[in-house]
Design a protein around this ligand. Structure first.
Ligand SMILES: C[S@@+](CC[C@H](N)C(=O)[O-])C[C@H]1O[C@@H](n2cnc3c(N)ncnc32)[C@H](O)[C@@H]1O
Length: 304
């Protein structure tokens, strides 16, 4: 039995209570409760931690705000926290199974035996506390986009010799996209994340996949840190963070790109795609394709 839960707390106008309950129910909350707090209502919702990642909670937060705007009410205040932190990092593992993604990848949890006769590229992963198991639609869209971008690579995945793409992975989480790119034949990846746990997880997953550590430079920070580590502009950028963050980082990411670079941007809700695309276009990128999965999308772009 899973004993670790997200507790979501939504403080709203009383008129919004029903719509908040409805939203939490359709989001998958297993239990809900409400109480009066002055002139407002505090609604609490509970769901197992493996059922939602931070991106999903951010999306829920956006929907709750949109629901309030549609009813011409003040937007609710939303908080979330993990409760009963009893070894949650291991309790969710039983729910995470090997998973095929796109045409080429197989994500294999580190505690499962590696399949011997698979014709897929196997990414072995233990994300620990970091985001990036491959279960999330945005990670899948990025891996599939990398497949497309790097499919004509003639490199040896084992050595990455003979040129090949140099890529920046902004917000690397578990390192899943960096490792995927390297196994597809990228020459080198510069991976950054503001979360130190993600940096640690990426380094550990690099070792798990037997990749030469010179091929993956990992550091804590954001695009500014990647820019300092780079010796030349990159051939490609992959960035799976929320839309607001991407919009803020586009000028800095453009500054580390070549005139011929490509980009893969996800973590974007479908309704936010126009704002991200507009910002990219203002900074000299052309949106080639927009791929959707569930409520999320991924922009595949290139420099004009
Ligand atoms: C949605 S996860 C993506 C993880 C992984 N790349 C994937 O696709 O599954 C976003 C990651 O971005 C990191 N992050 C958030 N804001 C950032 C910023 N401004 N710069 C760099 N990393 C950031 C978070 O710590 C988190 O690990």
């Amino acid at each position: 039995m899973v004993k670790t839960w997200w507790e979501l707390q939504i403080l709203c106008e009383p008129e919004l209570e029903d719509s908040v309950f409805w939203r939490l129910g359709s989001f998958g909350c297993r239990g809900t409760a409400s109480e009066k707090k002055g002139n407002q209502i505090l609604v609490r919702g509970y769901l197992p931690v493996f059922q939602a990642q931070l991106l999903d909670l951010a999306a829920l937060s956006l929907w709750l705000r949109q629901d309030a705007l549609c009813m011409e009410m003040a937007p609710p205040t939303i908080h979330w926290q993990l409760i009963d932190e009893q070894d949650w990092a291991s309790s969710w593992k039983q729910y995470w199974l090997p998973q095929e993604i796109g045409d080429r990848f197989l994500i294999n949890p580190a505690w499962y035996p590696t399949p011997e006769n698979s014709d897929r590229i196997i990414i072995r992963l233990d994300p620990g506390m970091a985001f990036g198991t491959g279960n999330h639609a945005t990670t899948q869209l990025c891996l599939e986009s990398l497949e497309m971008r790097l499919s004509d690579s003639l490199l040896s995945p084992a050595t990455g010799e003979q040129g090949g793409a140099v890529i920046a992975d902004i917000g690397c989480g578990s390192g899943i996209l960096s490792i995927g790119a390297l196994l597809l034949g990228a020459k080198q990846v510069y991976a950054v994340d503001t979360d130190p746990l993600a940096v640690q997880s990426t380094q550990e997953n690099l070792l798990l996949n037997g990749i030469d550590k010179e091929r993956l430079v990992v550091a804590q920070g954001s695009v500014d840190v990647a820019a300092k580590l780079l010796t030349a502009p990159v051939d490609g950028i992959v960035c799976n963070i929320l839309a607001d963050v991407i919009i803020e980082l586009v000028p800095q990411m453009s500054a580390i790109a070549k005139p011929s670079s490509w980009g893969i941007f996800s973590g974007i809700l479908v309704e936010q795609s126009k704002a991200v695309a507009d910002t990219l276009e203002k900074n000299g990128w052309v949106v080639a394709t927009l791929w959707k999965r569930k409520e999320w999308c991924c922009l595949n772009v290139r420099r004009s």
